[in-house]
Design a protein around this ligand. Structure first.
Ligand SMILES: [Zn+2]
Length: 137
C-alpha cells in the first residue's frame, strides 16, 4: 500500500470526523433528521481542534447555513450550552494551541475516529495521542 501523505490523511480525517458528528442522527438545534451536516465550533483552519468530536455539532443544512453561519454569537452561546462551561473552556484552550500533526498521529486519530464506540466515550479524544484504555481490543 502506498504511504499516505498529510494531504490524503487530512481528507480522510475530515470525512471520518464529519461522519462521526452526523452519526448523532439529528440536528442538535431543531431535531430534524435529514440533510445533516457537521458544523465546526472553532474553524477548521485551527488544526489543533479540527478533528475533535468535541469541536463538532450535528446540524441540519438549514440550521448550519442559515443560522450558525449567520448568527455567530448565538451559535457560540449555543455551543457553550451544549458542551457546558468546562468542556467549552477546554476546547478553547486546545483551539488556541498551535498543533502540528505528525503522520503517525494523524493515522492514530483516523483509526479512533473510525471506531465511534471509543471516540464517543472520549469527548476530548485526540487531545493526547495513545490514551491508555482507549485502544480497540
Ligand atoms: Zn436544524
Amino acid at each position: 500500500m502506498r504511504k499516505p501523505t498529510k494531504k490524503s490523511l487530512t481528507k480522510r480525517l475530515d470525512t471520518a470526523w464529519s461522519e462521526l458528528i452526523r452519526s448523532r442522527g439529528a440536528c442538535q438545534k431543531c431535531g430534524k433528521k435529514t440533510n445533516l451536516q457537521a458544523a465546526h465550533i472553532w474553524t477548521r483552519a485551527r488544526r489543533s481542534t479540527r478533528w475533535l468530536p468535541l469541536n463538532g455539532l450535528c446540524l441540519c443544512a438549514g440550521c448550519h447555513q442559515f443560522w450558525a453561519h449567520k448568527e455567530p454569537i448565538l451559535f457560540t452561546q449555543f455551543a457553550n450550552n451544549i458542551l457546558g462551561d468546562i468542556k467549552f473552556k477546554l476546547l478553547q484552550q486546545q483551539a488556541e494551541t498551535i498543533k502540528k500533526w505528525t503522520l503517525n498521529e494523524m493515522q492514530d486519530l483516523l483509526k479512533e475516529l473510525e471506531n465511534p464506540e471509543s471516540s464517543m466515550s472520549a469527548p476530548l479524544y485526540g487531545l493526547t495521542p495513545n490514551i491508555p484504555g482507549k485502544k480497540k481490543r
